[in-house]
Write a protein that binds this ligand. Sequence first.
Ligand SMILES: [Zn+2]
Length: 475
Amino acid sequence: MQYEAVIGLEIHAQLLTDTKIFCGCSTEFGSEPNTQTCPVCTGMPGVLPVMNSKAVEYVVRTGLALNCEISSHSRFARKNYFYPDLPKGYQISQFELPLCEGGYVEIPGNGSNRRISLTRIHLEEDAGKNIHEGSASDSFVDLNRAGVPLMEIVSEPDIRTAKEASDFMKKLRTIVRYINVSDGNMEQGSLRCDANVSVRPEGMKELGVKTEIKNMNSFRFIEKALDYEIKRQIKVLQEGGRIVQETRLWNSEKGITESMRSKEEAHDYRYFPDPDLVPIEFDTSWIDEIRTHMTELPDVKKKRFMNEWDISEQDAELLASERSTAEWFEETVQLGADPKAACNWIKGDFMKLLHEDNILIVESRIKPLNLVKMLGLIDKGTISGKIAKTVFEEMYKTGKKAGIIVEEKGLLQMSDESGIESIIDDILADNSDAVEKFKAGENKLMGFFVGQVMKETKGKANPKIVNEILRKKLG
Ligand SMILES: [Zn+2]
């Protein structure tokens, strides 16, 4: 029997507001414990939360970018549970009437895009953090994170494979970064993902019993954890067992999911509307204004790169997947670079260097104009494409302009025919065996001769001229 997996995701994204959701405390990451707290976010009696309108705006912006319907009427609810990192004894969240409903995310499918539907997006506050290190007998609570605004994005169970789940997350991360509502940093936990996973015999409509998978803090772990869980569930069913509804944690060291708590221990949150916060009524002109100021989204950019600049789909996807890369690329073209040449440099040498240093393109010393000028030197024949690689690396390391590097390092391309000819004569004389073989029909030796000339000239000979002279001499 063939089984198919059914996966739905719940994603929490920390919003990029400067202050918390219901008070003026800073949201900065990494400060000393409890230095960013006040009576509101520590849940003192008698305080009143005041909504941070930026947080609402960011969720609306996300809703618009993800094709959701923005609710005209929305409200907050208390989610009640006891835990030491939750000082009020409840989390302010949304239950009925979330800010956004519906919508979808498009991911690469077989030949065409696959549309993964969304259920809703709502706004809520984060809890604090329990710290167990540093003492054998005590635990500590850091409330810096309590009250930091989170957006929860819930997908429909439309996802069928672990790869689709990670593609969905990648796309979502790209979009929240594009529209500047979250930094999408999975390692620091500002983008987190839980998955509901079940399997069923292919063709069956009914859903199987699901498990909830937590603790997957990278795209790679999402894929590995879900792959493992799908295989585990199929094996249980094939052996005549049944799936237990439970929460399971991904253990990246062992490469398995492990049972954390079963349904029986699950909470009843007793949601009810928060009486301290007024319901939200949206003014359509405010929504329209957010829509008007929306940046161009990655899929639109990608299509534009393909249609206007003839960039391949794969390259366009790569360039558009990070907003700063896409904008950097656009700037080079606006400054006169040939789009394909610029794209090749960015996706090749540049991305390799950026990846090694783990930095974004905007953080590098090379500015768009530097690349444009270097491409100009290649076009004019001042430097060869091979030398350009050296120049590029030097630009990356030092931030110097291409022209200056060529000057300082004496990298000017040799285009002087008589000079090249005399070098070629020497090489042919030294390699008479190879010349004989070439004349006897071993055409591939041409590459050997070109290589020798390049070695002799340290890559500076103009390859076009080298080829011409060689062909004349050997022909
Ligand atoms: Zn506070």
